[in-house]
Design a protein around this ligand. Structure first.
Ligand code: ATP
Ligand code: MG
Length: 452
């Protein structure tokens, strides 16, 4: 009798629980449908009406559950791209590697992709195991499995308002736990960018990375070097503009992940004042992002690499190079070194140069040159950059403020400011003409220049 009971008990323990996803209602997941893009709802409704499965997925569901405003809305469906496209007035199929449909509603694009199957042994990989192609369609369960973290594998049905959860993502999200789906080492091998994503989501959500998800990162960090530079750049940009950039950078350093990204970051942060400068730049960026303002990637990268440019600039000056050629050599060497690891796209690096090259020009405020500076397209950004330098104690803060006021003033006010400045006595040591700075001292001291 007792043995029967025990047998039953044991067999119940051994019988697998009926599998299937959790179906979580609004009272638990807490998504307010009013915060969901009506266009994303529309896409789901149209597809469901045609008999397909369709859900809002990924980052949007995650952000909605934690009460953040999603950047964009993606839909996952059982319909293939060819089945999706004709259902919408403005829809186009994009992508070669894996086709998906962009359904366009004015400014908003709803990225609609077909359920995908996870990686398998037959998939094409590079010699390190990184997946080069993953283009097989699958079902919803498979689609959940091929996603990176449990919190990113949630499906929200805007019609029933249920969240379909195959991997306990809602519980992880509520506990602020970043947990990878499957075996962490294998998932990082397939795509090393997932390590960076783990760090970014941890910072963004103020979450901790689950031990099994975190553990392989330290030893696998070098795999980042095999990721194409353009993808790394995109990921780095996401990281720097997520509103928690400084936390991300600290974490990346702690995990040794920054080596492949910003090779000079370690050097920069260890230099006296270096950390402060980067911190100031990132704090301002974070504040702008959180206030919903735009930020400029060029400005950001200019700030991250400035310390190194500044150090090298001083070295070249000490070797006797004149101001601008010294700066030019410093800029070239820093950008060359950076490009080896993570190419900064040319459209950004040319703006960075402009911002940097404007800096020595702020030291003087003489009528004609000031007007020429104002006309430069990067004047505003360069002026903002100057404020950073002033805040970090690298530039006279009164003069920096004068430039900022000038940038904010109208033409009339500008003319007045420039005139007033010209009437001021020049600070000691500042020559009237920059060319004079490079002249050798004369044997006999000349008469002091007239004060204008
Ligand atoms: P955000 O857009 O806020 O950066 P996200 O999670 O939406 O975050 P996306 O890059 O837009 O990130 O990706 C959308 C979804 O695609 C993710 O939520 C995740 O489910 C899946 N995904 C993205 N990148 C990967 C990856 N490297 N490996 C596996 N799944 C991924
Ligand atoms: Mg997204």
């Amino acid at each position: 009798m007792i043995t029967d009971t025990i047998k039953k008990f044991v067999s119940r323990l051994l019988t697998p629980k009926p599998t299937g996803p959790l179906r979580i209602g609004p009272e638990t997941h807490g998504i307010d449908r009013r915060n969901v893009s009506r266009h994303a709802i529309k896409v789901c409704e149209v597809l469901q009406h045609e008999g397909y499965e369709a859900y809002i997925v990924g980052g949007a569901v995650r952000d909605l559950i934690v009460g953040m405003e999603p950047k964009d809305f993606d839909v996952a469906t059982s319909a293939t791209p060819d089945q999706v496209r004709p259902l919408f007035r403005r829809a186009r199929i994009i992508g070669r590697r894996f086709q998906l449909v962009h359904v366009v509603f004015g400014q908003e694009i709803i990225e609609t992709s077909t359920f995908r199957a996870p990686a398998n042994e037959t998939q094409e990989t590079d010699e390190h195991g990184r997946i080069l192609r993953d283009n097989t369609f699958g079902n919803q369960e498979q689609d959940a499995e091929r996603r990176d973290f449990t919190m990113n594998a949630l499906f929200y049905d805007p019609v029933t308002e249920q969240v379909i959860d195959y991997h306990d993502g809602v519980a992880d999200l509520k506990a602020r736990r970043i947990r990878i789906i499957g075996d962490a080492a294998q998932r990082y091998r397939e795509d090393p960018v997932r390590m960076l994503r783990a760090v970014r989501f941890a910072a963004k959500l103020n979450a901790t990375i689950d031990p099994a998800t975190r553990e392989p990162i330290a030893t696998m960090a070098t795999l980042i070097n095999n990721v194409p530079a353009s993808r790394l750049f995109d990921e780095m940009l996401k990281l720097l503009t997520c509103g928690h950039a400084m936390d991300c950078l600290r974490q990346l350093r702690a995990d040794g992940l920054h080596h492949g990204l910003l090779p000079m970051l370690d050097v920069v942060l260890e230099q006296p004042g270096g950390e402060q400068f980067v911190e100031l730049a990132l704090e301002r960026t974070d504040a702008r992002v959180r206030a919903g303002k735009t930020i400029s990637p060029s400005f950001l990268f200019a700030a991250l690499l400035w310390q190194q440019v500044d150090v090298r600039w001083k070295q070249f000056l000490e070797q006797g190079e004149p101001t601008i050629p010294a700066l030019s050599q410093a800029v070239d060497s820093v950008l060359d070194e950076q490009t080896e690891k993570m190419a900064i796209q040319r459209r950004f690096s040319s703006d960075m140069r402009e911002i940097w090259f404007m800096q020595p020009r702020f030291e003087r405020r003489i009528g004609k040159t000031v007007y020429r500076m104002i006309e430069q397209p990067r004047f505003r950004a360069s002026c903002d950059f100057l404020q950073l330098r002033a805040a970090a104690g690298q530039f006279d803060s009164v003069l920096a403020q004068w430039w900022m006021d000038l940038a904010n003033a109208n033409d009339e006010k500008r003319a007045e400011m420039i005139e007033d400045a010209a009437a001021l006595p020049r600070p000691a040591g500042q020559p009237a003409d920059p060319a004079k700075r490079r002249r050798k001292p004369r044997r006999k001291p000349a008469a002091p220049p007239p004060v204008i």
